[in-house]
Design a protein around this ligand. Structure first.
Ligand code: HEC
Ligand code: HEC
Length: 402
């Protein structure tokens, strides 16, 4: 794939924050600094508190048993259960989803989806960037047949009208808010966005690595070795897509440059939709995203996720194919040197890149370290070095206490 490169192009984090804030509805009347989480001691706005109640409200689903929090659990850094490659939703909680639930910590810092001047896709919400803003994203789970599965906007609004927090809802959005279902539904999405923007739990920046960057903690020898391998362009080269250094304005690293890449992740047979051999989740080019369907060169590319809290958000990749970080890092460096470890072996040999139709195999990135090797080459990392990188990744968990 002749994917245009945009590494190191990430603008100052401040710009991202402004975009996210604007996208989330800056007209909310809040006077707080749009560029940061609330100052210490300052509590969330009333709208954000309402958003928190909505986030946790199972009543707003067709099953009556599913809320946003069901798939974004605080104890798993706001990602899904480690045992689920994909969650089951729908009216009876029996319809399996298509992708693994990501952590939504730090997600509010995502820039809006756009193509860079050189054509590189960047940003957007969901793993294929199909939602333009946090508010746009927040509308969709309510109506997704595999998630909260409400039949219509009106049906969601009708439930809000009978929710425990309805008085607060009309106090904030106006006594006439229910006159127009679209306006009421947009208000729900806006409150959810405010909650994710304002609750410091969604971006505490208090990992051991943050303390290390601030000169307040030491990494162990193994963690330091792992960090060096993570950054080294000839070894892990992880920082090329998951930047580990502060921004030029001093902003803490997010461990994603919000670009897209095609890793050739193996197919996951645990996803029921994959029973159909003709079904492929091709990320940017569809089928869930529809506006880039004619961009064959984008097929199979998924957004680079943040690695903050990564030890708590198993399983990994868009399809939840790997259960442990050790497997993920080993896959990166042994995909091309030892493909038989990752893909099915049939009569015709190893079926490499088996989650992509054969005509798209050339889209897989085979030029960038660490996945630029050939059969017979030495992997970019030894088994001991893989352990070092995994140890380093463990320093990215929120809530470090020295
Ligand atoms: C059934 C499980 C489920 C429910 C319920 C659910 N989500 Fe998600 N969430 C997911 C999955 C899976 C993805 C990734 C989907 C994709 O890439 O297409 C996701 C993605 C997101 C993202 C984008 C993250 C990013 O980095 O781009 C946000 C934000 C989010 N969800 C917030 C919410 C909110 C708010 C609600 C409630 C209105 C909610 N979710 C309900 C499973 C769920
Ligand atoms: C050229 C870009 C690129 C490089 C280099 C890269 N990654 Fe990634 N990484 C991605 C993309 C894109 C994804 C998402 C792929 C998907 O879901 O299919 C990802 C996903 C991951 C995930 C899973 C995250 C999750 O939430 O499921 C981990 C862990 C990870 N990378 C770690 C690493 C490590 C460690 C290295 C270095 C050895 C590395 N990455 C190098 C682009 C890159």
């Amino acid at each position: 794939m002749t994917r245009p490169r945009a590494r190191d192009r990430l603008g100052p984090a401040t710009a991202i924050l402004v975009i996210a804030w604007l996208a989330a509805g800056c007209s909310s009347g809040s006077s707080r600094d749009p560029l940061g989480s609330p100052a210490a001691g300052e509590s969330m706005s009333d709208m954000a508190k309402l958003g928190e109640a909505i986030f946790k409200d199972e009543w707003l689903s067709a099953s009556g048993r599913m809320s946003c929090q069901t798939c974004h659990l605080p104890e798993h850094a706001h990602s899904g259960l480690p045992t689920d490659a994909v969650a089951a939703g729908g009216p009876d909680l029996e319809l399996s989803g298509l992708r693994n639930s990501p952590s939504i910590r730090y997600a509010s810092l995502t820039p809006a989806f756009h193509l860079e001047r050189d054509g590189t896709p960047v940003g957007g919400f969901f793993r294929d960037g199909r939602a333009a803003s946090l508010t746009d994203q927040a509308r969709r789970p309510f109506l997704d047949a595999r998630e909260m599965a409400n039949p219509s906007v009106e049906s969601v609004v009708e439930k809000v009208r009978r929710a425990a927090y309805v008085a607060e809802f009309t106090r904030i959005f106006g006594a006439d808010v229910f006159d127009d279902p679209t306006r009421a539904f947009d208000s729900v999405a806006l409150a959810l966005a405010r909650y994710q923007l304002e609750d410091p739990d969604f971006r505490p920046f208090d990992s051991k690595y943050d303390a290390f960057l601030g000169g307040k903690a030491r990494l162990t020898d193994q963690e330091l070795r792992g960090l060096a391998l993570f950054n080294d362009p000839l070894k892990g080269n992880c920082a090329a897509c998951h930047p580990s250094a502060r921004g030029s304005d001093g902003s803490p690293p997010l461990f994603t440059d919000f670009t897209y890449d095609n890793l050739g992740v193996p197919r996951n047979d645990m996803i029921p939709a994959n029973v159909d051999a003709a079904y492929f989740d091709l990320g940017l080019c569809g089928p869930q995203r529809t506006d880039l369907a004619d961009r064959g060169d984008f097929c199979g590319a998924f957004k680079v996720p943040s690695l903050r809290n990564i030890s708590r958000t198993a399983p990994y990749f868009h399809n939840g194919r790997f259960a442990t970080l050790r497997e993920v890092v080993a896959f990166y460096v042994r995909r091309d040197t030892n493909p038989e470890e990752w893909y099915p072996v049939g009569a015709n040999g190893v079926q490499k890149f088996n989650d992509l139709p054969v005509n798209l195999h050339l889209n897989v990135n085979t030029t960038e370290a660490p996945y630029n090797r050939r059969l017979g080459d030495a992997p970019a990392l030894t088994l001991a070095e893989i352990e070092d990188v995994v140890a380093f990744l463990g320093t990215l968990d929120d809530g470090y206490q020295p």
